[in-house]
Design a protein around this ligand. Structure first.
Ligand code: UDX
Length: 447
């Protein structure tokens, strides 16, 4: 009898990275593939707390954990610190784990490592063990194409070793794609450097990838995906996994907002959420609040602890009859609700995919979010950007007028539905993502 194929799954330990790779893992696990899912101890504890004992996930997946190298009280939202610690500490533990599995019963041996590009060292490690190395990219294919282009840009002298752009010229991957400039990762030079180093990291380990899976499809990104060697787009994973109970959320989701949405008129609510990592300035929160108040629309706002401080005096009381605040929402269910009319978003790639079908108001603040915004506003034309004033603030008047403009645009609404269909269609039998998933599972089984 053939031995059961075994995939070792390694995400980067952050919300936006864990959810999509877990969704992919569940899809392959449902086809008889044995899964070992490696979390950091910190994430493992959160995940176990949110997964019921008898859940499908626990049945299909063997969860293991390794230390991330940080102390219990350390701030894991500090991406620089987390990344540095993960590279320094986690790699040794993962090597030990692979050594242990490979040295055990032959039936347990790993057929393939499926790991986030942010932990690229595991792909090199896998190749050294003679194991297939599959990379998982959580952002848009276009951003991967840009990352892989960075070494060439270095050679061409367009960026120096600090990630500072020497030329002001925007970089174009193709005439059919939005161009990319240094400000497309944020104006902060430290952030530019961080993103630049990440791009270099990805390109350094790319030679070890046997295959790279991207949470996207050719309907959404017909140009960018064709620029990437060894790419296998399987997405949007959010759409395919709608039927599963697992949202991939590491925080408890407040479901009371779904009952609240039931009480609101169809296509009326502005859903406001900025992902898992970001914090806006208090002044920006105040302007958003006042803009939403001016709009007179009902709204549902995900307010992570701390942000409430930016609310103007009396705001919560004044909008009480048409607003709902939660600390963490069941986002995919919210975005699928017929009462939702618009999504005010930071444009993280998961949010971008989950929001297909809903017009966007874009407020990117970090890394790939600026490029995702270009897809939303300039390529797919399913949203509007909140523009900054000369002080770098999106003012209440800007918020008010863009909400009005967005909600009255039948063209944007129609485009949004078209793009939702572009996402869904690839999961039809014989659609691209459906076929690529099948191909991937067959490939794992052939190893
Ligand atoms: C980041 C990057 O922005 C993103 O582009 C990259 O691909 C992964 O890392 P993040 O900032 O967390 O991710 O944003 P996003 O990619 O949008 O992911 C947020 C996730 O949190 C989504 O899956 C969303 O459904 C979930 N979420 C958000 C909730 O479950 N509840 C909420 O209230 C808000």
């Amino acid at each position: 009898m053939c031995r059961q194929p075994h995939v070792l799954v390694l995400p980067f330990p952050a919300q936006g990275h864990i959810a999509p790779i877990m969704k992919l893992a569940l899809l392959i696990g449902a086809h008889g593939v044995k899964l070992t899912f490696v979390n950091t101890e910190f994430i493992h504890a959160k995940m176990m707390a949110s997964l019921p004992e008898k859940s499908e996930e626990r049945r299909l997946i063997n969860f293991v954990s390794v230390p991330d190298g940080l102390d219990t009280e350390d701030d894991r939202s500090d991406l620089v610190k987390l990344t540095e610690s993960v590279h320094r500490t986690m790699s040794g533990h993962v090597r030990d784990l692979i050594t242990k599995i490979e040295g055990s019963n032959v039936d347990e041996r790993i057929s393939c490592v499926l790991a986030d590009t942010s932990v690229g060292w595991v792909h090199e490690m896998a190749k050294n063990f003679g194991i297939e190395a599959v990379a998982f990219w959580t952002s848009a294919g276009a951003c991967l194409a840009i990352s892989l282009r960075i070494p060439l840009l270095l050679d061409a002298g367009v960026v120096d070793n600090n990630g500072t752009f020497i030329l002001d010229e925007p970089i174009s991957l193709s005439k059919d794609l939005p161009s990319w400039t240094s400000s497309d990762v944020g104006s902060d030079p430290d952030v530019q450097k961080l993103v630049f180093e990440f791009c270099l990291f990805v390109s350094k380990y790319a030679k070890f990838y046997d295959l790279i899976i991207c949470n996207s499809n050719y309907e959404l990104e017909p140009v960018a995906l064709r620029l990437i060697p060894n790419i296998l787009p399987i997405g949007p994973l959010a759409i395919e996994s709608n039927s599963s109970s697992f949202s991939g959320s590491l925080l408890p989701q407040d479901e009371t907002c779904l009952q609240w949405l039931e009480t609101q008129p169809p296509s009326s609510v502005v859903y406001v959420a900025f992902g898992s990592t970001g914090t806006l300035s208090l002044q920006q929160v105040e302007e958003l609040a006042l803009g939403l108040e001016l709009s007179s629309q009902p709204f549902l706002w995900v307010v992570q602890s701390g942000s409430l401080a930016g609310f103007p005096d009396g705001f919560v009381e004044r909008v009480a009859d048409r607003a709902k605040f939660v600390e963490w929402a069941p986002q995919e269910k919210v975005l699928a609700h017929p009462s939702v009319a618009a999504f005010m978003s930071h444009c993280g790639w998961n949010s971008t995919l989950e929001g297909l079908g809903v017009p966007f108001l874009c407020l990117p603040y970090f890394a790939d979010q600026f490029y995702n915004k270009k897809y939303i506003c300039d390529v797919w034309k399913v949203g509007l950007e909140l523009e900054e004033d000369e002080n770098g603030i999106k003012t209440r008047d800007e918020v008010f007028s863009k909400i009005k403009m967005l909600l009255s645009s039948d063209i944007i609404k129609a485009k949004a539905l078209q793009m939702k269909e572009a996402g869904r269609k690839s999961w039809d039998e014989d659609g691209d993502s459906f076929n690529n998933l099948k191909k991937f599972i067959e490939h794992i089984k052939s190893l």
